[in-house]
Design a protein around this ligand. Sequence first.
Ligand code: 2IT
Length: 450
Amino acid sequence: MSNHKEELENFMAPFREKFGHEKEFLQAVEEVAETVLPYIAKHPKYKEAKILERLAMPERAIIFRIPWVDDKGNFQINTGYRVQMNSAIGPYKGGMRFHPTVNLSVMKFLAFEQTLKNSLTSLPMGGGKGGADFDPRGKSDNEIMRFCQSLMTELFRHIGPDTDVPAGDIGVGAREVGFMYGQYKRLANEFTGVFTGKGINWGGSLIRPEATGFGAVYFTQEILKNVGDSIKGKTVAVSGFGNVAWGVAKKIDELGGKVVAISGPDGFVYDEKGITGKKVDYLLEMRASGRDKVQDYADKFGAVFHAGKKPWGLKVDIAMPCATQNEVDVADAKELIKNKVPYLVEVANMPTTLEAYKLLKAAGVVFAPGKAVNAGGVATSGLEMSQNSQRLSWSAKVVDEHLHDIMIEIHRSCVQYGYDKKEGKVDYVKGANIAGFVKVADAMIDQGHV
Ligand code: 2IT
């Protein structure tokens, strides 16, 4: 075993022993440790203070019962989570996910990624994540409301505008944030910025709905600019068709590129002419319908529907997975390599398996990690918090300009820590991990053994 490999194995061993069943969490830690350990070896102060070991241990994890009654009068129980990972640089910050796959491993992986991501934004936000193993599909508005209220009846005592500020994620949009915020306000008897992703007339920020997608495209723009290229004329395959995919499609269209694929649980749609103009907003309609079928797009606009398939077999310039973790596996990576897709830009959190990532890297595919690419979402949440503290709301132009500047700065940080002189190119995974790590690590050292 090489020195590097041995060091990684030594670092991972206690985590594997203790959390062997937490697959996603171990995957996220390993991906970070792989690039950060060599940096730590050159900066022993981080090793002595066991910073990476501490970073991978939540400051606090809350698991709680969520009892609720469905429309038929049946008693239902779900499990709720809030993982408060790290508060070295600010209050815990991160979304809430409602999905049947939610468990402690998924929550810990997301909270760990969130800590480094939030650090990259340059805004003062620590890392956290929460959610429940609740499936919003097929539930009535009343059921969603009762569920959100029951969840908040417990969660409210653990959060606060200067303590922990949740937001949306998969399965949690404006409706769910509204119901949770309403119950928080009632219990705490205060109107504060305790949530982001709020409605525009009760403290929300303009551009927050678009921010993750717009930010991802701004980051892609920087990757291309760095090699003297641009988005104009590029074809893009996207997975998912939710809020994030919509923001990506909207901005790519605006900048003269062409999103030719979207996907859903039923398969993917190939639209040779591109998802442009009115077709972009149809994505929102499709999501709001709750049908969860992208075939609806193909039927409406005469595009080609591929049942049960993922869009990674297409010959495109840029692949942008926007759906969920581990959606790009080894077989998909081989397809992308075969088709000579030059760029894989992760928009979801950890959409690529570790093995697939290694294949893509070895094949020379430019790979940008989610924690840098999708940081525009939480960055704009940070801007929402600033507006709430000021009791002001900024124009769309002001928020968008801040978002754009933040994404340019994140790209610059990735280049600073990830540029490889020998190879003459940027390792974005290394750059994002080290840049995110250094800020949190230095704050932890300043604050002593806490
Ligand atoms: O993964 C993420 O960064 C989010 N779901 C957004 C978190 C936030 O606090 O806006």
